[in-house]
Design a protein around this ligand. Structure first.
Ligand SMILES: [Zn+2]
Length: 309
């Protein structure tokens, strides 16, 4: 389906449901790809569990038996609220209480599993999310230990390879080349201060580390400004929050060890958007065959859109 840009934007304004503004093929038209099978998010490919893991499991059984004998009885769950805690003593007291609750009610109950994880990890996901304290992916999507290799940065941005080394691409390299994750998920969110900062920046010579970092999203900002000039600043920010996710997905294709695996179907790139005002989650997948990434043209197509509410 190909929609003219104007109808796409007017639809955005009319709808109370935030639209993924970046469901586009940017060079010539805005193209949405209708959802396909909603259960097809995770690849059905499985990696064989190495013999090492079997040894780890056996080891874990013995360790579990001896470890359990040494542990005190569970003391009950009362995790409290850090926002209501007083000074540092209270904060760390609460933190200790939460750790012991985790230990007694999660770790000890799944001791074999955690002992195996102490030997190796085989996550199927690499997750890149915003550092914002309100949007922890493990909380909202339920990732358990060992399930997602994760990095969080301001505005969940992935720089282009030519921009040089960063924590983000170091983590990506390890996840893709060593852990061999099958999915990379970039998660953005509503009311993102990092994106707002990006949209507000005027001084390109700023010495602020924050300003320098968020300019990794400049292409998304320019696209947003071009497509939403008639919208309010707040609406532009919501648009850019999603546009920057797709730009990060495209930027990943500038890394040859990512592009190669995506092209061979060994790795999938996904976008996610968490609206924590309405508590909804949008998920989509980059359609590699519809993407173009070079100096003259930068376009993408997405597929498998889902809206979780
Ligand atoms: Zn954010």
């Amino acid at each position: 389906m190909v929609w003219p840009i104007r109808s796409r934007i007017s639809s955005l304004i009319r709808s109370k449901v935030p639209m993924v503004g970046s469901l586009v093929h940017w060079d010539t038209s805005w193209r949405t790809v209708l959802p396909t099978n909603s259960s097809s998010v995770v690849s059905s490919r499985t990696r064989p569990c190495p013999k090492f893991m079997n040894w780890a499991r056996i080891d874990g059984c013995h360790a579990a038996a001896s470890f359990k004998e040494k542990q005190p009885e569970n003391k009950g769950i009362d995790v409290g609220n850090m926002a209501e805690a007083g000074g540092n003593h209270d904060l760390f007291g609460l933190m200790k209480q939460r750790f012991l609750t985790f230990k007694n009610h999660t770790y000890m109950k799944e001791l074999e599993h955690f002992q195996a994880l102490s030997k190796a990890q085989y996550p199927k996901f690499m997750v890149i999310a915003c550092a914002d304290s309100r949007v922890c992916p493990s909380n909202i999507l339920g990732f358990q230990p060992g399930e997602a290799f994760m990095i969080r940065n301001i505005a969940n941005l992935v720089p282009l390879m030519k921009n040089g080394p960063s924590e983000c691409n170091a983590a990506l390299e390890f996840a893709v080349t060593t852990l061999e994750v099958e999915n990379i998920l970039v998660i953005g969110h509503s009311s993102c201060a990092g994106i707002e900062n990006l949209m507000k920046i005027q001084d390109v010579e700023s010495r602020s580390f924050i300003h320098k970092w968020v300019t990794n999203g400049n292409v998304a900002k320019l696209r947003t400004k071009a497509a939403t000039a008639h919208l309010s600043f707040s609406q532009q920010c919501r648009f850019c929050e999603k546009e920057s996710i797709n730009q990060s997905l495209l930027n990943m294709l500038s890394y040859p060890w990512i592009e190669d695996k995506v092209r061979r179907g060994l790795l999938s790139l996904h976008g996610g958007y968490y609206n924590f005002s309405s508590c909804t989650f949008e998920k989509w997948t980059l359609d590699f065959n519809g993407c173009t990434v070079n100096e003259e043209n930068n376009s993408y197509v997405i597929k498998e859109e889902e809206f979780w509410s």
